[in-house]
Ligand binder design. Structure first.
Ligand SMILES: C[S@@+](CC[C@H](N)C(=O)[O-])C[C@H]1O[C@@H](n2cnc3c(N)ncnc32)[C@H](O)[C@@H]1O
Length: 285
């Protein structure tokens, strides 16, 4: 508080008007739906971003982003979106999907005579999901001569993609990786004080990372994926976006390809050629 008892600018809360402007903008830009209950969470994340650029008043920040439209506003919007995304992820998260991949999908591809396997991780966060997929594909291809694979890994969050590209993770994060895969694909530092591991160059070279917004009308991606992982991102979207995104993605699967959602997610299949084949796994027919 200032000496005369009025709030300093730093203490000024995000106004309801600016909360509405932010939530509307975020929903239109990336589909993330923030209800009134998320006011505190949004304000906290915006304030963290403001601190990084030396702004103290959240309403000033909104004025700069929405009203002044200066030359750096596009880049600030990218930072804002980075700040509001939730990037929680893990290696081998929701492991039954990876069992299904190894026990059903990969043997089916092998039996069909197809020689190249193509998988898309469509909200890849910091990379734990695409590296998990790449470890399993690489292992499968090593055991079946003549097979190759590629993984496309996309996300809207630039900071997450930058982390993913380095392939570096805290040591404890790879605990869920089975020991034989860890031996092959996870490199440890020779420095005993370094508690970071790195994914092998082989895996890194088989994954293409790119920024992609699932809200875009069209996705600049091939239309013959064998599997698309779309896990733990629909939950953040509003209802219309929860319908549109799986519909658009299903047109990027080959016939017989699979769409895999997070365990707590579902898809409205009216008119879509998607058939449930396992818990939150759908096949394009
Ligand atoms: C909770 S993480 C899920 C990561 C991973 N799929 C998993 O299940 O572990 C959700 C990710 O979705 C991304 N995301 C949110 N909105 C997006 C959008 N419109 N387009 C692309 N990615 C988006 C976020 O940046 C975040 O990295």
């Amino acid at each position: 508080m200032s000496a005369v008892g009025f709030p300093d600018q730093e203490d000024e809360p995000l106004s309801p008007h600016n909360f509405d402007r932010l939530t509307t903008f975020i929903k239109d830009y990336c589909g993330i739906h923030l209800t009134d209950a998320k006011h505190g969470m949004l304000e906290g994340r915006v304030r963290r971003r403001m601190r990084a650029i030396g702004i103290t008043n959240p309403n000033d920040y909104c004025r700069i982003v929405f009203d002044e439209k200066g030359p750096n506003v596009e880049s600030e919007i990218t930072h804002l979106i980075d700040a509001v995304t939730t990037n929680k992820t893990d290696f081998f998260r929701e492991a039954t999907h990876f069992d299904y991949l190894c026990q059903k999908i990969l043997p089916e591809i092998l039996a069909s005579g197809q020689r190249h396997i193509k998988i898309w991780s469509a909200a890849c966060s910091i990379g734990a999901e695409p590296y998990t997929i790449a470890m399993l594909l690489d292992d499968f291809c090593r055991k079946h001569h003549g097979l190759t694979y590629s993984v496309l890994a996309t996300d809207i969050c630039i900071q997450s993609l930058e982390k993913a590209l380095t392939g570096r993770y805290p040591e404890a994060m790879v605990d869920p990786v089975p020991p034989d895969l860890r031996r092959h694909y996870v490199m440890r530092s020779s420095d005993p004080d370094c508690h970071e591991v790195r994914m092998s160059p082989k895996l890194r070279s088989n994954i293409a990372f790119a920024r992609m917004n699932l809200m875009d009308e069209h996705y600049p991606a091939p239309r013959d994926f064998d599997v698309i992982f779309l896990r733990n991102v629909l939950i953040y979207f509003d209802k219309p976006t929860q319908v549109k995104v799986p519909a658009k993605l299903s047109s990027h699967l080959r016939v017989g390809g699979y769409l895999i959602l997070g365990h707590s997610e579902s898809v409205r299949r009216d008119g879509l050629p998607l058939h449930p084949v396992a818990n939150t796994v759908f096949q394009r027919r």
